[in-house]
Design a binder for this molecule. Structure first.
Ligand code: IMP
Length: 198
């Protein structure tokens, strides 16, 4: 089964290829000739993921999936949420985003947070959504140099080490994205068995 993953992120493409067997061929956006940035302007992760998947499907006619992830902090009303990549501003870095998060939460004792990934799949013209979450908390200062994004300040429940301190293989086992990906893969494998999505 051939599917487009609507991303230019080679790490994400490798991550899912490592989880899939030879029955699946994953194309990146570059393989489809789509070079423009697909807008991510919706107000929910679900809408953003669906928008990206529909955009690619309309242009290529191929089966496609797209993901969107956010860090959701209840004490901040769910922020940064769908705006996680640009929390501190349009051209700001991961570090600027962390800086803003720590500043906003400086006096907060309720520090629970979760990463949430939504994957939208369009297979044979039908749309499906898959979700993966990891619960945890935002610590007071950065710890660790691995990972990316908010990893240095995110402590998953049951862990003493942040996502930037644990090995990548361990993060990829328990992360929001891994959980959503596994749901997608389970679904695709069932479809493959029943002969859909050829
Ligand atoms: P995307 O939808 O995967 O591009 O993620 C949007 C933003 O969420 C990223 O720019 C990061 O700031 C944050 N993010 C997504 N996944 C992770 C993660 O695994 N660790 C830390 N931050 C993440």
């Amino acid at each position: 089964m051939e599917l487009v993953f609507a991303t230019n992120n080679k790490h994400k493409i490798k991550e899912i290829n490592d989880l899939l067997d030879d029955n699946f061929t994953i194309l990146g956006l570059a393989d489809t000739g789509i070079t423009e940035d697909i807008p991510e302007e919706a107000e929910t992760l679900e809408e953003n993921a669906l928008f990206k998947a529909r955009y690619v499907h309309e242009k290529t006619g191929l089966n496609v999936f797209a993901d969107d992830t956010g860090l959701e902090v209840p004490s901040l009303g769910g922020a940064p949420g769908v705006h996680s990549a640009r929390y501190a501003g349009e051209s700001k870095s991961f570090d600027d985003n962390i800086e803003k998060l720590l500043r906003e939460m400086k006096d907060m004792t309720e520090r629970s947070a979760r990463f949430r990934t939504v994957i939208a799949l369009i297979l044979d013209g039908s749309e499906y959504l898959f979700e993966g979450m990891v619960e945890g908390e935002i610590i007071m200062e950065r710890r660790g140099s691995g990972g990316f994004g908010y990893d240095p300040v995110f402590l998953a429940s049951g862990y003493d080490l942040t996502f930037a301190e644990i090995p990548l293989s361990e993060k990829n086992r328990v992360s929001h994205r891994a959980k959503a990906m596994r749901k997608l893969i389970g679904f695709l494998s069932d479809q493959k068995r029943t002969g859909a999505g050829k």
